[in-house]
Design a protein around this ligand. Structure first.
Ligand SMILES: C[S@@+](CC[C@H](N)C(=O)[O-])C[C@H]1O[C@@H](n2cnc3c(N)ncnc32)[C@H](O)[C@@H]1O
Length: 271
């Protein structure tokens, strides 16, 4: 085995054994890039050096976790997804007296606030509970706070309009200094919790699961395991929403779903 690959394997094994975070089945190319970035930022020269530091210094582990968990997100990301959600999922939700939605890998929460805005506008929020989870406590704390950079609001307003929103977007937040503080009502029915898709089990049965731009970082066997978890967590005829670059097609669960909107990666569990 190439030395770099061996060092990476040892680092991931050490992180798992010491801290319980299992990145061993994440796609190696992007992992390697991120690990090297952390090696340099810590003024080290090798991945083995990083392993030593991480094992002896939990704050270094926190920094590495932020690098490995890749938290980029935005409000109404891929507006066409939200258009499809309004047109194809909302009518189904209207037929339920109560809806449980799981946003898995919610990062700093922008996706959850976007969904809450959409559901509020469709008069569905009052009868919805959203479970928003992520592996990373640091981002969950930011999500709970509901403050997002003010300089992103112009882009978010644009995304919101393109996603089918019809109110002035600024109704949803209060501009304060550098931050936009979002309306607390939007998270009244949100439960934030740490959950690791690789290691933790199903915890509820849901009508809808959103897991967008998370599994793109997982290798194929790990994707299959997470799909097993989603299949077990989704009621029959429940909806699974994946990211634009993701698909159910090449997984072991492809036959269990029908395509509700193949372009927007909306699937309905049929088996
Ligand atoms: C790129 S963000 C996607 C955020 C949001 N879903 C979106 O589409 O904008 C990926 C998120 O997945 C989370 N994540 C990575 N591995 C995870 C795991 N094993 N369990 C739960 N969340 C995980 C990361 O912490 C990160 O916040």
């Amino acid at each position: 085995m190439e030395l770099e690959a061996l060092e990476l394997q040892l680092l991931l094994e050490g992180v798992y054994r010491q801290y319980g975070f299992d990145f061993r089945e994440y796609a190696p190319a992007s992992l390697k890039r991120r690990v090297w970035r952390r090696v340099q930022a810590e003024h080290l020269t090798t991945i083995s050096g990083l392993l030593e530091k991480v094992l002896h210094d939990p704050t270094c582990m926190e920094r590495l976790l932020l690098d490995l968990s890749i938290n980029v997100t935005s409000m109404f990301r891929d507006p066409s997804f939200y258009v499809a959600f309004r047109n194809k999922v909302v009518p189904l939700l209207r037929t339920y007296p109560f809806t449980r939605i799981w946003v898995a890998g919610c990062s700093t929460g922008e996706e959850v606030y976007s969904l809450a805005i959409l559901l509020t506008e469709e008069d569905l929020y009052a009868r919805t509970r959203v479970y928003a989870t992520d592996i990373n406590e640091v981002v969950l704390d930011q999500a709970r706070g509901g403050v997002f950079p003010l300089d992103r609001m112009r882009d978010y307003t644009d995304n919101y309009i393109r996603s089918g929103g019809s109110r002035p977007f600024s109704e949803y937040y209060l501009a304060k200094y550098e931050g936009a503080l979002f309306d607390r009502e939007l998270t009244r029915n949100v439960v934030w919790a740490q959950h690791n898709l690789v290691q933790d089990r199903a915890f509820q049965e849901f009508n809808v699961i959103l897991c967008r731009n998370v599994m793109i970082y997982f290798d194929r066997p790990l994707q299959n395991r997470v799909h097993e978890l989603f299949h077990a967590s989704l009621e029959r005829f429940g909806i699974l929403c994946l990211g634009h670059k993701e698909s159910i097609r090449f997984t072991e669960f492809a036959d269990c779903y029908e395509e509700l909107d193949p372009q927007e990666k909306l699937y309905r569990r049929v088996k």
